[in-house]
Write a protein that binds this ligand. Structure first.
Ligand code: MTE
Length: 304
């Protein structure tokens, strides 16, 4: 995000709904490595998801070729080119800290952990572009409840894998690796906050954060940390990668707010990938009716 590049994506190539459905059918009937996911995703067709009125879902191609994943390079096309080297099995996620029952979950356990749902979310990047993506995942609250946070647990900290053998980008000190993010406990427990294991009816592509990533749709995209290996419930507000790199540019909360500009990018409008004209950015990315209550009495200009 430190490097500005003109958005140079071709007009949208929308994947028709019947292709998603066929893909889901494939998931359910295929053999081998996808079977665990297939089991878990079988429930999906029964869930209506959360379609957005008058907003088209971006194409799978757009969502998988225009990415930020600095562990694989700083250009938008780098993650699609280089993230193939990420080994997503075996994979486990340590959940620890201020919890009564710390536990290491294998990815297989996580895929079966809770009913998977499709959530169609608007995603807004602080650089001024946005997409609408049909994620598949389960509520982070379900996982946290299982480990029983203690009364001291006020925040939740997340870490990405940090492996220079698989991730060429971590050899460069662009960020203080591993990539780190954090949420306040009530944000982490909010029903909109999910751990995603798939998108477009299929497992997550590596460049989008396989095998498991966070998705917090009312915050700028950088909060949605990819390829998570550690979740820690903590007492103090945790350090986060972009805030450590440039505290005047990236706050801890990072709620989408058209009135608080980034020093280099206005946040008043955004370009939906695949569209030509810009649209107005909405407070809390359009999810204010569901999340504004979390920030009652807080000065959002100070706590940006
Ligand atoms: N997670 C890790 N580990 N590394 C990253 O560089 N980039 C963030 C976020 N999660 C990033 C990350 C940023 S800036 C954005 S906008 C989103 O991932 C992009 O998610 P997407 O590529 O699936 O659209």
């Amino acid at each position: 995000m430190l490097i500005r590049k003109p958005a140079d994506i071709e007009p949208s190539e929308i994947t028709p709904k019947d292709v998603y459905l066929n893909r889901r059918q494939f998931m359910v009937t295929s053999a081998g490595g996808l079977l665990v996911a297939a089991d878990a995703m079988a429930a999906l067709t029964a869930k209506p998801g959360t379609p957005l009125k008058d907003e088209k879902t971006n194409s799978l191609k757009e969502a998988t070729t225009y990415n930020n994943y600095y562990e694989f390079g700083v250009d938008k096309e780098d993650p699609a080119k280089h993230a193939g080297s990420l080994k997503t099995r075996p994979w486990s996620v340590v959940v620890e800290g201020e919890v009564a029952k710390p536990k290491t979950f294998s990815i297989e356990e996580l895929l079966k952990f809770a009913p998977l749902e499709e959530r169609i979310y608007r995603m807004r990047c602080v650089e001024g572009w946005s997409m609408v993506i049909p994620w598949i995942g389960f509520s982070l609250a379900a996982l946290l409840k299982q480990v029983e946070p203690t009364g001291k647990g006020k925040y939740v900290a997340f870490e990405t894998l940090n492996d220079p053998k698989q991730m060429p980008g971590v050899k460069y000190p662009i960020l203080d690796w591993p990539y780190r993010e954090g949420l306040r406990m009530d944000e982490a427990m909010h029903p909109l906050t999910i751990l995603s294991v798939g998108m477009y009816g299929d497992v997550l592509p590596n460049q989008n954060g396989a095998p498991i990533r966070l998705v917090v749709p009312w915050k700028y995209g950088f909060k949605s940390i990819k390829s998570i290996v550690r979740i820690r419930v903590v007492e103090q507000q945790p350090k986060t990668s972009w805030n450590m790199a440039a505290p005047n540019e990236y706050g801890f909360y990072s709620n989408v707010n058209p009135k608080v500009d980034h020093p280099r990018w206005s946040q008043a409008t955004e370009r939906r990938i695949g569209e030509f004209s810009r649209r107005k950015t909405l407070l809390f990315n359009g999810y204010a009716d569901q999340v504004a209550g979390l920030y009652g009495g807080m000065d959002l200009l100070k706590y940006f």
